[in-house]
Design a protein around this ligand. Structure first.
Ligand SMILES: [Zn+2]
Ligand SMILES: [Zn+2]
Length: 346
């Protein structure tokens, strides 16, 4: 069965990789994959063979943002049927480790997460023809929502989880630093949670234009410096919550200056080490919190997308057939023209 497999940096192949799916268990759903979104982590595997200490050590099918059509169901499956469009949740916590026991499923110590090289052997990804998954990992998406939109359930779950990490956002003034796919979804999630004013920064006109389409109140071009943030730094800071999605250390430093005393910054972008202005954190009593993947937010993301309560079509920049995956990855890497690039897996 065909899949999109990373072998080494810039060695991405469409090849016969998986055995055909065998008999389904009673709780299993066989999904013929339809659309896969290229994520920042997929791009890291493609360009660098990994990120941080994570390295691709064996051929791995990429992909954790994906959707497909149900092809067959096990005898006990009731909530989906043949032909349904479903979003596939790539996250499969064990349910029994100490993190799972205290309800922090995204921190599961035995996490199976598709398309991730964090464990060895790696957990194979969703950019493939078909997969069999337990029924609790598929979420029905209603017509006329497309497979590409359905594939956005995963990154939208990430944004919903990050919004939760910020605490109550009702009436809050928010700054989103960096308007790649996650930054754009942060704007959507913050608005849903009741933020009253959302400013966003980026260095490309393309990303800022997409941010504007999603209702960002103040789209700030920081390509020539952070001076445009000056109004938000007045009187020790005007912003209640920052979502740092750029992963760029200088962006984090300037974002901290916009935070009012006792404000909070949620670090969403995966970064390396960054210098931290400890004086400012102490004197303004700032809170720095991380956010990692998602937990039960996937079901909510699927509901919101399925009902078009959120319409994410404006962030889908292009889609390519699997055979043109290299072009898809090249375009997805170019933030001057792409937000989310989707691969057609069927
Ligand atoms: Zn992702
Ligand atoms: Zn666990």
């Amino acid at each position: 069965m065909r899949a999109l497999v990373i072998h080494a940096p810039h060695d991405l192949r469409v090849e016969d990789f998986f055995a055909e799916v065998g008999d389904l268990g009673p709780e299993d759903v066989l999904v013929r994959m339809a659309a896969g979104g290229i994520c920042g982590s997929d791009l890291h595997y493609y360009h660098h063979g990994g990120f941080g200490t994570v390295r691709v050590k064996q051929p791995m099918a990429l992909g954790h943002e994906a959707s497909g059509h149900v092809e067959a169901v096990g005898s006990a499956v009731k909530h989906v049927a043949k032909g349904d469009l479903v979003a596939v949740n790539p996250s499969h916590p064990c349910g029994t480790c100490p993190s799972c026991q205290r309800g922090a499923f995204n921190h599961c110590e035995n996490m199976i997460f598709n398309g991730s090289a964090m464990r060895f052997p790696h957990v194979q990804g969703l950019f493939r023809e078909k997969i069999s998954v337990p029924q609790n990992r598929v979420f029905k998406i209603a017509a006329p929502v497309s497979a590409a939109e359905a594939a956005l359930c995963e990154p939208f779950s990430v944004a919903l989880h990050a919004a939760k990490q910020a605490g109550d956002l009702k009436g809050k003034r928010v700054l989103v630093s960096g308007c790649g796919p996650i930054g754009v979804l942060m704007i959507v999630a913050a608005r849903l949670a009741g933020a009253s004013h959302i400013a966003a920064t980026d260095i490309t006109a393309h990303s800022l234009a997409v941010a504007a389409k999603f209702g960002c109140d103040d789209c700030l071009d920081v390509s020539k410096g952070a001076e445009v943030l000056a109004p938000y730094t007045e009187n020790r800071g005007q912003i209640d919550v920052v979502f740092e999605c750029s992963g760029a250390p200088p962006a984090m430093a300037s974002a901290l200056q916009t935070l009012r005393p006792q404000g909070r910054i949620v670090l969403v972008g995966l970064g390396g080490d960054a210098p931290v202005p400890v004086n400012m954190i102490v004197a303004k009593e700032l809170e720095i919190v991380g956010t990692f993947r998602f937990d039960l937010e996937f079901a909510r993301a699927a509901e919101l997308i399925s009902s078009r309560t959120v319409d994410l079509r404006p962030m889908i920049s292009a889609s390519f057939p699997m055979a043109e995956a290299v072009e898809a990855f090249t375009q997805a890497s170019d933030r001057t023209r792409a937000t989310k690039v989707v691969i057609n897996l069927s």
